[in-house]
Ligand binder design. Structure first.
Ligand code: PMP
Length: 407
């Protein structure tokens, strides 16, 4: 992999922060964008801008073609069986909310039903389910973790029943980088219940190939902005039969077949779930981000990121009093740590920022994980394809400096 070539495609990496070259290690929050993606988005407004799906005029047809072409790229990206199983959303959060409202609007979940999530979830895979439970009287159950952040699959096995309507879990934890045994979880769920399976793939698709048909999940949600695409883009994949059976989330233009005051009928998939004018430029640019990732190749990208992660683990563990959470678990893309002799993660983050190093500190929208470890937050360094081993060295030196300054 030609790392210098890849870095040269990301204009922001040339920036200095506080007089130092930017070391961007906050990729789990959002990745930077390559020129190819930026240009596709801006060219859309320069050359193509028109509303989609409605117009008879040439520009509208071209814009529609481009967006539907992006949908087909995303279909192949996750190996969905049909392009109409790919619904454009504004990100993982909206994708999960779409499912929860579609379920309650359809009466698919009701009082006495059970929904299982895990202790490792992002708030966006907790709160929408709590809200669904509040609306319907269903009950939420949570798969516990151990000291390494590993899920207790016996709990899953023991708690699946006829009442289980949904099991929803992330593929990769954003706070710790732990890769959950998703395939094993899905086979346990299939053997013991009829529950629908939702996978939050926000931290998976930027790092490795996902095949929704091989996984056999019922829904798969992800965000564009963590995989080199613009903010405000994302996808909900759902199996055709299930999507067909559900009521829509939002109502409005684009999602109807016929509308009258007496009766409205809904459009075919995926439009039934895409009310209103979509983020056309963003969705097309999301297709360009797929091209960017596939241009490098998943295997090469993954090899590089694994090298960064194991090098970072080695460098950071050599620092006194540094604890990595989930140190021995199977992880990707993330080291989440604290200096145990230095109380507050944000102090470390502030010193690193002075050195030009961007990391995330705090609870990472996963307060239950922080509660479990009895901490307010962690420092999280997260990697993307353009990061280098030298940047890991700079991070390690920065952490040592922070430790000297704060202790
Ligand atoms: N799930 C996971 C695992 C995440 O990492 C994130 C983003 N941090 C989300 C869900 C929410 O994604 P978004 O804010 O893009 O909707």
């Amino acid at each position: 992999m030609d790392l210098q070539n890849i870095r040269s495609q990301f204009p922001i990496l040339q920036r200095e922060i506080n007089g130092k070259p930017l070391v961007y290690l906050d990729n789990a929050a959002t990745s930077q964008k390559p020129l190819s993606v930026i240009e596709v988005e801006s060219n859309y407004y320069k050359e193509l801008n028109a509303n989609v799906h409605r117009g008879i005029h040439t520009l509208s047809q071209l814009a529609t073609e481009e967006m539907e072409n992006a949908r087909r790229k995303l279909q192949k990206f996750i190996n969905a069986a049909h392009d109409y199983e790919v619904i454009f959303t504004k990100g993982t959060t909206e994708s999960i909310n779409l499912i929860t409202y579609a379920l309650s609007n359809s009466g698919t979940v009701s009082e006495g039903d059970e929904i299982i999530i895990t202790h490792l979830e992002h708030h966006s895979n907790i709160v929408p389910w709590q809200m669904l439970c509040k609306r319907t009287g269903a009950k939420l159950k949570v798969i516990p973790i151990d000291e390494e952040g590993v899920l207790n699959l016996d709990f899953l096995r023991e708690n699946l029943s006829d009442r289980t309507k949904i099991v929803s879990f992330n593929y990769v934890s954003n706070a710790l980088g732990i890769v959950n045994p998703v395939q094993e979880m899905i086979s346990i769920i299939r053997q013991n219940s009829e529950a629908w399976i939702v996978v939050d793939g926000a931290q998976a698709v930027p790092h490795f190939k996902v095949d929704v048909q091989a996984l056999d999940c019922d829904f798969f949600a992800f965000s564009g902005h963590k995989m080199y695409a613009p903010t405000g883009t994302g996808v909900l994949y759902g199996k055709e039969k299930i999507l067909e059976s559900l009521e829509p989330f939002h109502g409005g233009g684009e999602m109807i077949a016929t509308c009258s005051f007496e009766k409205t009928t809904y459009a075919a998939l995926p439009f039934k779930f895409e009310a209103g004018t979509p983020n056309i430029a963003g969705n097309i640019a999301l297709g360009a981000a797929v091209d960017f990732i596939e241009g490098i190749g998943h295997e090469i990208l993954q090899q590089h990121e694994n090298k960064l992660l194991s090098y970072a683990q080695e460098k950071l563990l050599a620092i006194d009093n540094l604890r990595i959470y989930g140190e021995n678990a199977h992880r990707t893309g993330v080291v989440s740590f604290n200096l145990q002799n230095v109380g507050i993660s944000s102090d470390v983050g502030m010193i690193l920022d002075k050195l030009g190093i961007a990391v995330r500190t705090g609870h990472h929208c996963t307060q239950p994980i922080m509660e479990y470890f009895n901490i307010a937050g962690t420092v999280r360094a997260s990697f993307a394809v353009y990061n280098t081993l030298e940047e890991v060295d700079i991070l390690a030196e920065g952490i040592k400096k922070a430790q000297r300054m704060l202790s």
